[in-house]
Design a protein around this ligand. Sequence first.
Ligand code: PRX
Length: 657
Amino acid sequence: MSTPSGNPSASKIANVMQETRVFPPPSQFTRQALISSEAQYRELYERAKHDRDGFWGDLARQQLHWFRPFEEVFVGEGHQVAWFVGGQTNLSYNCLDVHLDRALGDRTAIVWEGEPGEQRRLTYTELHREVCKFANVLKRLGVQTGDVVSIYMPMTPELAIAMLACARIGAIHSVIFAGFSAEAVADRNQDARAKVQLTADGLYRRGKVLPLKDTIDEALTKSPTVQHCVVLQRVGNDVSMQVGRDHWWHDLMAATSADCPATPLDSETTSFILYTSGSTGKPKGIRHTTAGYNLWVKQTFAWVFDYKPTDLFWCTADCGWITGHSYIVYGPLSNAATILMYEGAPNFPAEDRFWDIIERHRVTILYTAPTAIRAFIKWGDHHVDKHDLSSLRLLGTVGEGINPEAWMWYHRKIGGERCPIVDTWWQTETGGIMMSPLPGITPTKPGSCTRPLPGVVPLIVDEDLQPVETDHGGMLCIAQPWPGMLRGIWGDDARFVQQYWTRVPGNYLTGDNARCDSDGYYWIMGRIDDVINVSGHRLSTIEIESALVSHPAVAEAAAVGRPDDLKGQAIAVFVTVKIANPSAELKDELKAHVRKEIGALAVPDDIRFTSALPKTRSGKIMRRLLRDIAAGKEDISQDTSTLEDYSILAKLRGDEE
Ligand code: PRX
C-alpha cells in the first residue's frame, strides 16, 4: 500500500497519485518534428525566461504582419501590462490575407461536415471573400471598431466567418455557446452591451432541430442594446422576423462587395470577450487583445500540434469555448492550416461518428476533451473497431485532467500506441496552451500535462505563499507575463484584480492546484476550491477519481468533501458505472480498490451510483453542486446557469441510490 508523500500539513496538498508509466515520443515523430531535441526546447525556454522581450519581440516580427511596427515589446507589471506597444496589426489579416499574399489561396482552410452529413470545403481565397463580405455587412449595420457583436450560432463555417469578420474591422465578438438559455444570452448581452446579434434559424443536435431563433427572440426582449439581428438559414424552419431588426444572412450578403481591407488595429485593441463561469456570481467576460493573443495562439499551435501542410487538424470543441477560438479559428488559420469542423453530436447517427469522420476525411491530428474520451470508453470499443484510424499521428486533450486509465485507452485504442498524446493545460484566461508535452521530444506520463511552454514560468505556493517542495501540491501561479494573457474582466476591473492578482501578489493566480515532480513535470490537481481536507490531509479530487476510474466497472467519478464532525471533511464520491444495476457489494469493492490504489486515507465514506454527473455545457464536472448535494443541502444556492442538464440535479438528490 502506498502512503502519501510528505508530512500532513494544513497548507500543503498530499500527493497520493502513484503513476510511474512513461512513454517516450516515437522516433519517427521526433525526426520530423518542429521541436526535435531537448536542447532546442531548453534554448527556447531559457531565452524566453531570461530575455523575455528579445524572445517575443523577434517572434512577433517574424510571425505577425505589422501595418505599423511596435516600438516596445512590453510595458507594465502585474495585471496592468501592454505588449507590442505602438504597433498595429489585425487578427483577420494574419489568418487570411498573409496566406493569399504567399500564394496559398487555393489551400483548403475549412473542411466542414454538418450533422445530417452535408460537406463543404472552403479554400483560403473563398474564406477571405466571405469574411470580407460579412465584414461589410456588419459595417452597413453600423458596427464600428470597439462595438460588441454577440454570436449565438451553430458550428457552421459562418460562425468562423462571423468571428473573423468582427476581427477584420475591430469589432469585439462575444461568442455564446448555442446551448445556453435565453436568460444566459440576455445576461451576457446586457453585460457586454452588445449592439448586434448573430444567430441562425436553428441547429441540428442528435437529429433534432433546436430553434435558436426562438431563444434569441426571447433573449432580445431583455437585451436593450441590441439593434440588429442577423439570421443564418441553417435548418429551414419557420421563424418570426421582426421588421427593421431582423435580417437574413443571405439577403445581406447578396448585394455586398467583397472588398474590405482589414483595419490596422493597435496591438492592445480588445479582440474578443468570452464569458466563463465563476464559482460564484455572474459570468465573467474575459477580455483578450489583438497582437499578444494572436502571437500566443499562432506559436503554441505550431509548437504543440507540430502542424505540417499535409495535416488535417480536428479540434472537436465548439467555437463557443476558448478552445474553439484559439484552436479552431485563430491558431490554426494563422498557421495556414486545414481544419476539420463538425457541427453535431459524437453519437449521431451512432456512437462511432467521430471515428467515421476520422476515417473518411483522413484526419491526422485529433484534439478533444477527457469527458468525451470517458463517454467513448463507456460506449464500447466495438464502435472504434469498425474504423480505420491509421491516418492519426497525434492526439490531444484539454479541459480537465485526464484520468490515467482514460489516457491509456486513448493511447492504445485511438492512437494505436503510435501517436504521442499532448495533454494541454490552459484556461480561458490564458488565451492559449501554457503547459503541454512537445510531441517530438517530451516523454509523456499519463495524467501529467508535463512541462511549461517557452514563456511560461509556473510557481506553486502553499497557503503561506511559500514555494512548495518537489511533489507537494499547492496553488499554481504564473510568475512572468506572457503575450496571450487576459487583460481584464469586461466592465469589472475590481473583480479582475481581486480574483487573479491579490492572493499571491505579483503573480497570476490560476485557481488550480498543482504539483511538480522530480522530473519537472506538472500534475494539475483540480480547482483550489475543490480540495478535500480529511483529518488535516488535503487531498485533490483528481487522484481519488482516477483511482476509481481505474476500476473496470467505473466510467466516471467525482469526489467531493462533505462536513464531518470527526475528520473535518469526509469523502463523498458520485460514480457512473459501465454495468446495469450496480450492487452494494460493488461499493465495498470500490472502497477496497481505492484503499489499494491510494491508501486508507482516501477511502470514500459515501459512494453514490448515478446515471450521470452534473456537468457544465463544456463538459466539466460541477463539483461545487455535488458538494451541496453530498452535504444534504436542500436548496442549491449556487449559480446553475451553466449546468448542462437540470434533470440530473433532481436525480442526484437521492432517488438513484
Ligand atoms: O482546472 C483547469 C481545467 O480547466 C480549467 C480551465 O477551464 P476553461 O477556462 O473552461 O478552459 C478550458 C480550455 C482550456 C483549468 O483551470 N483544465 C484545462 N485543461 C486541463 C485542465 N485540468 C487538467 N489538465 C488539463 N489538461
